[in-house]
Design a protein around this ligand. Sequence first.
Ligand code: SF4
Length: 311
Amino acid sequence: MTLLEAKGLSIVFPTSRGEVKAVDQVDISLGEREFVGIAGESGAGKSTLALGMLRLLTPPGKVVAGEVLFHGTDILKLTDEQFRKDYRWTKLAMVFQGSMNGFTPVFTIGSQLKEVLALHGREASDSTISKLLETVDLDNSIASRYPHELSGGQKQRAFIAMALSLEPEVLVTDEPTTALDVITQATIINLLKRLRKELGISVLLITHDLALISEAVERLYVMYAGGVVEEGPSIDFFAKPKHPYSQGLLTSTPTLTSNEIKGIPGFLPDLANLPPGCRFTPRCPFAMEVCKRDYPPLKGVGGERVACWLY
Ligand code: SF4
């Protein structure tokens, strides 16, 4: 059953050069207990989409179209007070990009976790903190330590514990493994997989690193220049990606059998001056006349949905 869903969501940033369309008519959904990934290069609109869905956009960014349904309620229509009281962190929580550096350096991890619980009227005892830390495989001694005394992986786990402290139904994680070594990256992804199963939560994982999530997510969205270009079960996607951009993303990743990295020539288009047709046209080896003229809609191809005139 669908838990969280964005329908036709568009987000713009007004600039002196006109409106930058960071997210353009995006439809995405997250089911109960589902682990879904959003992939794409920097600037594709992944983080902006997540911030918009959780009402965390800061001005001048604004949602100009669409709705975000949580259990069928359009949360964009709620007042700030209703959303803060009944949804933010209690039902929808987020681990932000770079969040492991978000702890206040002069307070211990335990006191910062207690502050979150107390602010929301929850029990903030030593045993609650101990249980929270245990949930993310951290020793109780972490509670009395300061952020600078923890490794990057420990800080990221502590921040995940903070995001879980009010027992949300949805956890959105934005590049949770950035700046961590590969072993620690794998343990963070395994932790998210375990938490999803044990706590029964739904996880939306945003990343540019396809290799990292290839075995973690059940379903995957690929974003390019503010739009979704491919969506489907990850097993189908990784066996045979259909959109030329997805194929390029995969050939930009080293594999166990090959060191060859092809990359994708060129850059993202100017989001303040988007071309009328497919936004990948200037970089696509298969571009045709129709691609320059008409924007390809997402349509069913096998078990996936793909936005490309090749299909
Ligand atoms: Fe390439 Fe055309 Fe498909 Fe866009 S629509 S990805 S330009 S083939």
